[in-house]
Design a binder for this molecule. Structure first.
Ligand code: HPA
Length: 273
């Protein structure tokens, strides 16, 4: 990508030809969660193919559209389909849309994903609010030249999942009677699922869930000053001693089943922010 700022401006200009809406909240919809978009009153839908510098998602469960509309009475933009490092994209490509969300006017980013459960108290189908993360990706999204007008060279990672938003999410979950877990997400590159020994290691490292996304986007969100709230659906359990086979189909099925719960929660949170 040439100059980052130029690329962001070019993309935003192209989007502005389709819609003038100024969203407050950006949402990244993870694996099997694309239907969460169904709760959004969509005003404009732009296929990624029409957006300069947006890669096309190669994963079947990811649609590849940018949706502008309202949810919970707020103006939102949602990425229906995200880009994973394992698809072969560079970290700059994976995280570019986050920079675009910020440039479009978003103040908050809501990010969702499907994850393997590491904490033995969790169950398949649980929703986990992400309280913190561990970056296990082999490459850093901020490696390389830094544009100080976009964000600092050495961003701090304290409370990277915003404490006020986390407290709000817990309050709303209680009010809506949606049981939620809270824990640490470890992000790694995939695309294979983990071995028993790796799941054991991940538990020792202090994670409650593991997945193949989110961490790069959240780091870049912090870099450019977006507040973040993150949620995982626990789609399979990575319990090393009683490990069961896992596949994309298993993950998508569990994510789809839990999706209405997550959709309700996200909408209720957005209504109150
Ligand atoms: N491991 C890594 N990524 C995942 C998993 C898992 O068990 N489940 C869903 N995404």
């Amino acid at each position: 990508m040439e100059d980052l700022k130029k690329a962001i401006n070019k993309t935003v200009d192209a989007i502005r030809k389709e819609t003038k809406m100024k969203p407050e909240i950006g949402i990244i919809l993870g694996t099997g969660l694309g239907k969460l978009a169904g709760s959004i009153k969509v005003e404009t839908s732009i296929p990624y193919g029409k957006i300069p510098d947006f890669p096309i998602s190669t994963v079947e469960s990811h649609k590849g559209r940018l949706l502008f509309g309202t949810l919970g009475g707020k103006k939102v933009v949602a990425m229906q389909g995200r880009f994973h490092y394992y698809e072969g994209y560079s970290m700059q490509e994976v995280t570019f849309p986050v920079r675009v969300l910020k440039a479009l006017g978003c103040k908050i980013m809501v990010v969702s994903n499907a994850a393997g459960g590491i904490n033995p108290l969790f169950n398949r189908g649980d929703v986990m609010l992400i309280s913190d993360h561990i970056n296990f990706f082999p490459e850093h999204p901020l490696r390389g030249k830094n544009d100080d007008s976009i964000g600092p060279r050495f961003p701090d990672m304290l409370n990277i999942y915003d404490r006020d938003l986390l407290a709000l999410a817990e309050k709303v979950a209680l009010e809506q009677r949606i049981p939620v877990r809270k824990g640490v997400y470890l992000g790694l590159q995939g695309p294979c699922f983990e071995t028993s020994a790796e799941y054991r290691m991940i538990k020792i490292l202090g994670a409650d869930a593991v997945g193949m996304s989110t961490v790069p986007e959240v780091i870049v969100a912090r870099h450019c000053g977006l507040k973040v709230i993150g949620m995982s659906i626990i789609t399979d359990m990575g319990l090393p001693d009683i490990l069961e086979p896992v596949s994309a189909a298993v993950v998508i099925k569990a994510a789809n089943e839990a999706e209405p719960k997550l959709a309700k929660l996200v909408e209720a949170i957005i209504k109150e922010v």
